[in-house]
Design a protein around this ligand. Structure first.
Ligand code: MTE
Length: 322
């Protein structure tokens, strides 16, 4: 298709991954054709550099990996979102009932400008950017996901945290009418997570609003979820309705349920096994690899983001503070 015709495709028709992959190639072509301008397309076409154009600076920042992407179909059908059931396919089957518009978030605690704010105002002034991150689940599988989102730190600054804000606590919606899993006590609802303030402010920490260039599907935590790529996936809390700046380390859902198995930090670490299984390797679900029998690859300290984040943990015993 000639480029000028391709440009006429309305964003609403861009629905599947093959088109997304084509767009990446197309954008690369645009980048090399100075006569063409992308003005007007900027919003519908988030910057999406194909593998070959990840710059050394991006690689150093950890913002993009060149590893093979996980397919859109796998990212959206193999999920953990216990509010919709404990099976991997439960969220994609049941989460359609989650109403994500209008959506607001209550921000409070140790900050000068607390308040309830709409999802739109929360990210106002920030342009969602693409981050291609590894996601390592504590269960031993991993994916490579092209997220769309804004740096969490930029969002948090809007509320002017005080010097007492040592941690940030996050809460997911827990509405049994929309979320069938909340009717069962698999977890002490609502799902809660937390970060130390420096972790929350770290440039890698993303407040994701989309993936594969599209808004987040419900099963992935629409309309707003955390992505903390160097920590086990359960820290990346979905469908956030409350953010609170606190002075003390907050209680978190998995720690609350099983403190000996799930710590507050939960940094990916192949040297610290889960009490019931090894964390040395992971099943990488990417490309055409089968979900259950995908090749196992070695797990990396901090999920491969040590260059960016290790300095935050200098002097911290990672075995004790798992
Ligand atoms: N957030 C909420 N609210 N509820 C959950 O059950 N599961 C966590 C995390 N966030 C979970 C959650 C776990 S265990 C993982 S591995 C990731 O979401 C999975 O994200 P994904 O389904 O988008 O791959």
């Amino acid at each position: 298709m000639p480029l000028r015709d391709a440009l006429k495709i309305p964003a609403s028709q861009i629905t599947d991954e093959s088109v997304y992959r084509e767009r990446r190639t197309l954008l690369q072509a645009f980048a090399m054709a100075p006569a063409l301008t992308l003005a007007g397309c900027a919003e519908a076409e988030p910057p999406a550099a194909p593998k070959t154009v990840v710059t050394p600076a991006q690689a150093r920042s950890g913002f993009r990996t060149t590893e093979e992407l996980t397919k859109f179909a796998d990212i959206t059908s193999y999920n953990n979102f216990y509010e919709f059931g404990t099976g991997k396919t439960d969220p994609s089957n049941a989460a359609k009932t989650l109403k994500t518009k209008p959506w607001s978030v209550a921000v409070g605690g140790e900050c000068a400008k607390p308040g309830r704010i709409s999802m739109e105002d929360l990210i106002k002034g920030l342009t969602p950017e693409e981050r291609i991150y590894r996601l390592r689940c504590v269960e031993g599988w991993s994916m490579v996901i092209p997220w769309l989102g804004v740096p969490l730190g930029e969002v948090l600054k809007k509320f002017a945290p005080t010097s007492k804000a040592k941690y940030v606590a996050f809460t997911t919606l827990a509405d049994p009418r929309q979320m069938p899993g909340v009717r069962y006590n698999s977890i002490n609802w609502p799902y809660r997570e937390g970060l130390r303030i420096d972790e929350a402010m770290h440039p890698l920490t993303l407040l994701a609003t989309g993936l594969y260039g599209k808004p987040l599907p419900q099963q992935n935590g629409a309309p707003l979820r955390l992505v903390v790529p160097w920590k086990y996936g359960f820290k990346s809390i979905k469908s956030i309705v409350e953010i609170k700046f606190v002075e003390k380390m907050p209680e978190t859902a998995w720690h609350d349920l099983q403190p000996s198995e799930y710590g507050f930090f939960s940094n990916v670490n192949p040297a610290v096994d889960h009490p019931r299984w090894s964390q040395k390797t992971e099943r990488r679900i990417a490309g055409n690899a089968s979900k259950l029998f995908a090749e196992r690859i070695p797990t990396q300290l901090f999920n491969g983001y040590a260059a960016q984040v290790a300095s935050m943990y200098t002097g911290l015993d990672l075995k004790k503070w798992y």
